[in-house]
Design a protein around this ligand. Structure first.
Ligand code: ADP
Ligand code: 5GP
Length: 208
């Protein structure tokens, strides 16, 4: 059995990453979301164990010490971390795993999981990003300002990603994300044993 492909998705907060990730997971049953731990408070509608594992700071630091995370970082004033064992189990079962993490986390995973596909989603402009953050209506004014301030530094790391997808029109952006997902599934690395299986029992012919 082949193990699944890994996809790391980054974007400044408010770009539309969660929206696009939900769509991809909705279309492809073989794709699973890597559920992170966070010390941030749940937003309305978010569920523990589905969107995040909501964890207090003391517990988070204990998990860091125990080596529980493949990567972790402080983002916009809260801690976020990717649990290692959970991800490994999913990939070993053949699921494709999507990581929705920040650029500091992406840098760490680039070192430990170089085989992953690194995708950056870009907002069409600063103004649109601000409108989306405000339109989402889930964060305080202070939080929105902090996230907008951090966006510039996040965009400046775009050079380390394999793909850039501008989220202007949602359907068009989804088509691009879908194309990146499919293209990765069609590389030899996605199923290294495929040709060997194809040739199993295939007789060797004489030349000519
Ligand atoms: P992120 O996960 O990157 O922080 P969200 O997926 O929560 O961002 O999207 C932020 C807001 O922008 C949400 O209200 C979402 O419905 C909206 N949104 C996402 N993509 C688009 C798009 N292409 N056009 C218009 N609105 C969008
Ligand atoms: P939000 O609070 O809007 O859900 O997420 C804020 C930022 O934290 C986003 O950029 C998101 O991708 C990032 N994030 C979520 N989970 C993780 C994680 O496990 N590790 C890291 N490094 N960043 C994460």
């Amino acid at each position: 059995m082949s193990s699944g492909c890994l996809y790391v998705l980054c974007a400044p907060s408010g770009t539309g990453k969660s929206t696009l990730v939900k769509r991809l997971i909705g279309e492809f049953p073989g794709v699973r979301f890597s559920i992170s731990h966070t010390t941030r408070a749940p937003r309305e509608g978010e569920e523990h164990g589905r969107d995040y594992f909501f964890t207090d700071k003391a517990e988070f630091l204990r998990l860091v010490e125990q080596g529980h995370f493949a990567e972790w970082a402080e983002v916009h004033g809260n801690c976020y971390g990717t649990p290692l064992s959970f991800t490994r189990e999913l990939a070993a079962k053949g699921f494709d795993v999507l990581f929705d993490i920040d650029v500091q986390g992406a840098r760490q995973l680039k070192a430990s999981l170089p085989e992953a596909c690194f995708v950056m989603l870009l907002p069409p402009s600063r103004q649109v990003l601000e409108e989306r953050l405000r339109g989402r209506a889930t964060d305080s004014e202070e939080t929105i300002r902090k996230r907008l301030r951090n966006a510039r530094g996040e965009l400046e790391t775009a050079g380390m990603f394999d793909h850039w997808i501008v989220n202007d029109d949602l359907d068009a952006a989804y088509d691009r994300l879908r194309a990146v997902y499919m293209a990765r599934k069609l590389t030899p690395a996605a199923d290294p044993g495929l040709v060997e299986r194809l040739l199993h029992g295939w007789p060797r012919e004489e030349n000519g």
